[in-house]
Design a protein around this ligand. Structure first.
Ligand code: GCO
Length: 444
């Protein structure tokens, strides 16, 4: 049968984030981030891995761009490390840090690869955490100042700008469960981190507009369908959907928080709704809901919820135990945003992927090929059904530091030997290069 064609101009790329690939965490004036602090504490990251050397991309960046060019990628999504730009999170600019990203963008443009820039992918400068981090309202303003610096330095970025990567994960896992940096476990701080990241997003969008640069900006939200599992689970699933999806989509796209995300009923965040109300000042929701040029969606899978609000496994997981693989969920997510949020801007998918089955990784990865093919088919199906999706970035270009899982979960299209730093494209990279070249997704 015929492959499923993607529209002209549809961007097929791959993504990384600074802390996960760069290494060189003390080079050229970079400050300390919360992930450096967190990883330095034994027991926080599997195997004791830190951000150094990671995939040593800070030194292999040009080779990595050549690799992308070899694969024919249309686009590359990377993040800027805030502590390289402002080592203490505010004040003077560290020019050496700016220069690194300037060189990277120049080479990408020279090779015809569209850069897409995430402003915040979890590496908060430690001095800001010492003043409360995202639980503190001031961090939102500091973020907007930093965003303005980066936008001014890279005015020629052609791909989308993303303000905050997955505010949900930072709030729930960084300030809720404490499994991620900064390792805080406090439900009030978790709720505050939701609001202050969204406020930071809105203020950064204002700074972006004020800068007058051409370009598109949005936020990267990890969304997942929530299915009722078993008898009497419908109401809990609706509340869990508020927690997973609407607590972020509603303020950004319609300027209001849902009224069912917080409370003491199954599926909810166990916090008094008054905690959130008390954080929201006049004008915040208008700031948070300023019009966007793109909405970035990151999709890994689905979740089930029982009548008690507990998570239930409905589909087989990948080697990441939280990842229930269900490609149709991506189609549902894309069509749901279109149907439930008529004012939503065009969509881009900024992450989607799966880890290898072994800690050493492999270059023969048929499971990744099957995963990417099945998900890209759902993207093509959504596009055929009229959803305005403009881009897809596979997670990830390179094997890298998978946060608290350290180096044991390899998500790359390209294998990295963390000792020699040798790069070897996996079978999935070759397969994906073909998809990019054809601009079409094979059926099998
Ligand atoms: C993100 C992600 C990535 C992860 C990927 C696999 O939020 O952008 O956490 O950084 O590496 O999701 O878990």
């Amino acid at each position: 049968a015929e492959p499923m064609r993607l529209p002209d101009g549809f961007v097929l790329g791959a993504a990384t984030s600074a802390f996960q690939v760069e290494g060189s965490t003390t080079a050229d004036g970079r400050g300390t981030s919360i992930w450096d602090t967190f990883a330095a504490q034994p027991g926080n990251v599997r195997g004791g891995a830190t951000g150094d050397p990671a995939a040593d991309h800070y030194r292999h960046w040009a080779q990595d761009v050549d690799l992308m060019a070899d694969l024919g990628l249309d686009g590359y999504r990377f993040s800027v490390a805030w502590p390289r730009i402002q080592p203490t999170g505010s004040g003077a600019v560290n020019q050496a840090g700016v220069d690194f990203y300037r060189r990277l963008v120049d080479l990408l443009l020279e090779r015809g690869i569209e850069p897409a820039v995430t402003l915040y992918h979890w590496d908060l400068p430690q001095p800001l955490q010492d003043r409360g981090g995202w639980a503190a309202r001031d961090t939102a303003s500091r973020f907007a100042d930093y965003a303005a610096i980066v936008v001014d330095a890279l005015p020629d970025v052609t791909g989308p700008w993303l303000t905050i990567n997955e505010p949900k994960t930072t709030a729930y896992v960084g300030y809720g469960s404490g499994y991620h940096a900064p390792g805080v476990s406090d439900v009030d701080q978790m709720v505050a981190a939701v609001h202050h990241q969204l406020l930071g997003h809105g203020l950064a969008v204002q700074a972006f507009r004020a800068s007058g640069v051409a370009g598109r900006i949005g936020i990267a939200l990890n969304l997942q369908p929530v299915y009722a599992a078993g008898a009497g689970a419908d109401d809990a699933a609706v509340r869990a959907d508020a927690v997973e999806n609407r607590l972020f989509l509603d303020p950004v796209l319609v300027g209001a928080y849902p009224d069912d995300a917080l409370g003491d009923r199954p599926g909810q965040i166990p916090a008094d709704p008054a905690v959130l109300d008390a954080l929201v000042r006049e004008g915040d929701l208008a700031t948070i809901s300023a019009p966007l040029d793109v909405l970035a969606i990151q999709y890994y899978g689905v979740t089930g919820v029982d009548s008690g609000g507990q998570n239930v496994q409905l589909y087989p997981t990948s080697d990441a135990p939280w990842q229930q693989v269900h490609p149709e969920g991506l189609y549902e997510t894309l069509t749901r945003v279109r149907d439930d949020y008529p004012g939503a801007p065009p969509l881009v998918i900024t992450e989607n992927g799966i880890p290898d089955r072994t800690p050493e990784g492999t270059t023969d990865d048929p499971e990744r090929v099957a995963f990417l093919r099945a998900h890209l088919q759902q993207v093509a199906r959504a596009v055929d059904d009229g959803v305005d999706v403009r881009a897809y970035y596979a997670w990830s270009l390179l094997d890298n530091v998978e946060w608290a899982e350290g180096l044991d979960q390899r998500w790359g299209l390209v294998h990295v030997d963390f000792e020699s730093q040798e790069r070897t494209p996996k079978a999935s990279a070759r397969w994906y290069a073909d998809v990019v070249a054809q601009h079409a997704v094979p059926l099998a």
